[in-house]
Design a protein around this ligand. Structure first.
Ligand code: EPU
Length: 417
């Protein structure tokens, strides 16, 4: 396994280009199961999770070829109906094949994902959505087994907005008979990206981007090509990298309108953020102001930026209260940030961060994707070397992060452990 070694103290300067969004690419790859044919996906990030989804499609019978930043998928021979445990356990997002397989074949067997690093993360909304559309769902030997004649349009109401369940419901409803309304739908940009792709396949979807999505089912969908939207979480992570090092970084290839909450919070810390030629210039404050943050569904502050923001608050000027309302226990980064000298206490889903003047490099261990990113960010300003081990997690969601940071002037390298 690899580790990343960061030597702190370098101000980041220069330009960085944002890759395609992992969380947009994964459901769009799953959506190709809805129609036979050949697809080309462009601006696809080169990530472990994308390769895992590619493997899933292959197991289901698709031809999948990864090129530099595009993927071609041929679903002509896709007859398999089972998403096996070996793949689903590697990546929860595999659950998004449930809707497409069920809608296309009338039967789907998808392994239950199991727990994750920060809690149970249930899939009950996904299951209930399929039931609401008329499927009979049972749990057998660790698998969700869903069956139907043809799915029937209905009103699906989510207790809280769920990105994955909204995506599964949209995909399944696209081939259902009649009209489906999703109430309290998630509004993340990745939902809009998937809806746009489904529309180009012939689906009839309106209301994406609002909490009420309406889908008029069609009898058949057709293969289409798509360009994946930029990754707003990678963009946010580089914004924090600029801010935490007091740097001056131009971030290109991003959608600033997808990052409003993070931009707003970073401005409150004292960062200077301006639009420049389609990109975003972020100039870090010399010493960040402490700012409270509460995560919320889009357009609120993303839970996927909570750990990175906490790294910034670790070296801010007073006390910041960070509340995660999406996940009850997404604080795996806290004990590791404390090893670098951060002063944080956690009570349930609330972290209270007392900023310190400086962090000191140490050996730390990444336990999930965004925690790894937070540790690398903290390492950028810690005195001496920070060794972040198990960076396997970072490769799931950040394309060449150490290369991009090095190009901005960070002293960072990857070594085999
Ligand atoms: N929830 C349920 N039951 C369900 C589904 C969700 O109770 O059946 C709850 C969750 O426990 C959570 C809330 O609903 O409290 C929202 O979860 P959501 O379903 O929106 O999460 P997800 O679709 O599983 C996606 C991203 C995550 C991101 C969350 C929240 C993908 C592939 N993953 O997950 O991204 O944290 O939305 O924004 O899109 C990451 O990229 O690091 C990552 C974890």
């Amino acid at each position: 396994m690899d580790k990343i070694i960061v030597e702190g103290g370098r101000r980041l300067e220069g330009e960085v280009r944002i890759s395609g969004a992992k969380n947009a690419a994964l459901p769009i790859m799953a959506a190709t199961l809805l129609a036979r044919g050949a697809y080309t996906l462009r601006n696809v990030p080169s990530l472990v999770d994308v390769r895992t989804m590619g493997e899933m499609l292959r197991v289901l019978g698709a031809g999948v070829e990864h090129h530099d930043h595009s993927i071609t998928i041929d679903t002509t021979g896709c007859e398999a109906r089972e998403a096996p445990y070996e793949l689903v356990k590697q990546m929860r997002a595999s659950i998004c094949v449930l809707g497409p397989i069920l809608a296309r074949h009338g039967v789907a067997r998808v392994s239950l994902p199991g727990g994750c690093a920060w809690g149970p993360r249930p899939v009950d909304f996904h299951i209930r959505a399929m039931e609401t559309l008329g499927a009979k769902v049972t749990l057998e030997h660790g698998y969700i087994v869903a069956e139907c004649e043809r799915l029937k349009g209905a009103t699906i109401h989510f207790d809280t907005p769920s990105v994955g369940a909204t995506e599964n419901a949209m995909m399944a409803a696209s081939l259902a008979e009649g009209t489906t309304t999703i109430e309290n739908a998630a509004r993340e940009p990745e939902i809009g990206a998937l809806a746009g792709f489904l529309r180009s396949m012939g689906a009839r979807i309106t209301g994406d981007g609002t909490d009420r999505i309406v889908i008029d089912g069609v009898d058949e969908l057709f293969a289409a090509d798509v360009e994946i939207i930029p990754d707003r979480i990678e963009a946010g992570t580089f914004m924090v990298a600029a801010a935490i090092t007091g740097g001056d970084v131009l971030i290109t290839g991003m959608r600033t309108d997808h990052c409003s909450a993070v931009i707003g919070k970073l401005k409150e810390t004292g960062a200077e953020i301006t639009e420049e030629g389609g990109g975003l210039r972020v100039k870090g404050p010399v010493w960040a102001r402490s700012v409270n943050v509460t995560t919320a569904p889009y357009p609120g502050f993303p839970t996927d930026m909570q750990a990175q923001f906490m790294a910034l608050m670790s070296v801010a000027d007073s006390t910041a209260v960070i509340t995660d309302t999406i996940y009850a226990d997404r604080f795996a980064h806290v004990p590791e940030l404390k090893r670098l000298g951060a002063r944080i206490r956690v009570d349930r889903n609330v972290g209270v961060v007392n900023g310190v003047k400086r962090l000191s490099g140490a050996r730390v261990m990444a336990t999930d994707l965004r925690a790894s990113a937070a540790l690398i960010l903290a390492g950028l300003v810690a005195e001496g070397e920070t060794h972040v081990s198990r960076v396997y997690h970072i490769d799931r969601g950040y394309e060449k992060i150490e290369k991009k940071l090095a190009e901005l002037g960070a002293r960072i390298r990857r070594e085999r452990e």
